[in-house]
Design a binder for this molecule. Structure first.
Ligand SMILES: [Cu+2]
Length: 148
């Protein structure tokens, strides 16, 4: 290998390592909230910790209303429950990019955020809202089930 190729290899390696995964992704299941909206909505959140202090979270959802705009957030543990984050009514920590379901009711969105923003109680649950009516929250994925 000549010097030029070696330099290129080192550059590529450092670029790759800048977005390397750390350990296995964690898969979280969404569950339905006690509401009538989107009765078949379900899905998972795939949470991958990277080596550079970032966390990538990809939501893969089914059973949504076709061709509808949605928003999703990480929320902090709220005051309304110590053991059920989805019922704790906590504040938003970080928002996912908004997304629109396809004609079959499938939807996906990916967030890359600093790990510190969703550490501990700051990242207690992920919920999915109707974009045009945020009070409607069909599904929620608990991340941390005990406060503190
Ligand atoms: Cu939310």
């Amino acid at each position: 290998m000549n010097t030029r190729n070696l330099g290129l290899s080192v550059l590529l390696l450092s670029l790759l390592s800048g977005c390397m995964m750390m350990g296995q992704p964690r898969n979280l299941a969404f569950r339905h909230n006690p509401v009538t909206a989107d009765p078949n909505a379900a899905g998972s959140a795939r949470v991958t910790t990277m080596t550079d202090g970032m966390v990538q979270t990809t939501l893969v959802l089914t059973g949504l209303t076709p061709n509808k705009a949605y928003i999703a957030h990480y929320h902090a543990f709220g005051p309304a429950s110590n053991t059920d984050p989805c019922a704790s009514n906590g504040p938003v920590s970080v928002g996912f990019p908004s997304f629109t379901s396809d004609a079959s009711g499938n939807g996906t969105t990916t967030l890359m955020t600093e790990a510190a923003k969703i550490a501990g109680d700051a990242g207690a649950y992920i919920n999915v809202h109707y974009a045009d009516a945020p009070a409607v929250v069909p599904i929620c994925a608990p991340v941390k089930t005990t406060k503190g």
